[in-house]
Design a protein around this ligand. Structure first.
Ligand code: FES
Length: 273
């Protein structure tokens, strides 16, 4: 095998160190393609489901128990069914406008610019690169230093928006403990609360959150509270990838459950009220 350096590599700042002239696409013999394939199928299926649901414009609210799916929260168009619009209905009911038109773009931005999802979709969708020691699927690589990927830096701002949206989802989950005018509790509450807890864990495990809580400090000893918070966030941060996937699952499950009860496919399992 020849290892003469004749093929230059490319990087965000132009040609880099020459690469070995190996004709084989990769020397990896394991199933390196499996992880990007699973990511491709998983993320693709989730995006397809969420897109259909967001533009379905129905079966998003169970009036009897105040269950509102997170995909429609807060409900803001004048198409929102009675009781689902807790913040008014300032938007018209154009088909193209999702009911949660103010929050969904920020949620999308938050997930798209997330450090973990970037790795996932760069590998699975853009093949850039598909895996370690597997060549890039593109001839040119400009990294995140130029348009459009330079906007990945907006992640820290999307984090603040995600915090506000998590608060709104928490409020939705709390007021769902009503059945008519009194206290009520059913399987739907467990699903809504479970989803909100997972959303908080995912949001707090964000790398930007870790930097906000503990970054730019010279001495942790002089900032004991920030050190404690940073330590907590750092422990969550280790699980960020798992939380990213778990929240996709809990979001879809919550939405599906609310849709099914709202459509009358089955009844909510009630424990109280
Ligand atoms: Fe993933 Fe911030 S790094 S949400």
């Amino acid at each position: 095998m020849t290892t003469t350096a004749t093929r230059p590599g490319v990087g965000p700042n132009g040609p880099q160190r020459p690469r070995a002239a190996i004709t084989a696409k990769t020397l990896r013999t394991d199933r390196w393609w499996l992880a990007p394939l699973i990511t491709f199928v998983g993320l693709g299926a989730w995006v397809a489901y969420a897109t259909v649901r967001v533009f379905m414009h129905k079966w998003y609210f169970v009036e009897q128990y105040h269950y509102l799916t997170p995909f429609y929260s807060p409900c803001l168009t004048d198409r929102c069914v009675e009781g689902s619009a807790l913040f008014g209905t300032p938007l018209p009911s154009w088909w193209i406008l999702p009911e949660a038109a103010f929050t969904l773009p920020f949620l999308l931005l938050f997930r798209l610019t997330c450090y973990y999802y970037r790795k996932a979709y760069y590998r699975a969708f853009w093949l850039s690169p598909p895996a370690c020691a597997v060549p890039d699927g593109h001839a040119k690589y400009t990294g995140e230093t130029r348009f459009p990927l330079i906007f990945q830096n907006a992640h820290r701002y999307a984090f603040y928006a995600a915090m506000i949206i998590s608060l709104i989802n928490t409020y939705d989950a709390i007021i769902a403990f009503r059945s008519g005018d009194s206290f009520g509790f059913g399987l739907g509450n467990i699903i809504l609360v479970g989803n909100v807890v997972m959303l908080w864990l995912y949001t707090l495990s964000c790398h930007s959150c870790r930097h906000i809580t503990g970054g730019r400090l010279k001495h942790f000893s002089k900032h004991p509270v920030r050190y404690r918070v940073w330590t907590f966030v750092s422990k969550l941060n280790v699980r960020h990838m798992q939380l990213a996937w778990i929240t996709l699952g809990t979001l879809a499950l919550t939405d599906f459950y609310v849709m099914a009860v709202s459509a009358g496919w089955f009844s909510d399992l009630r424990f109280v009220g």
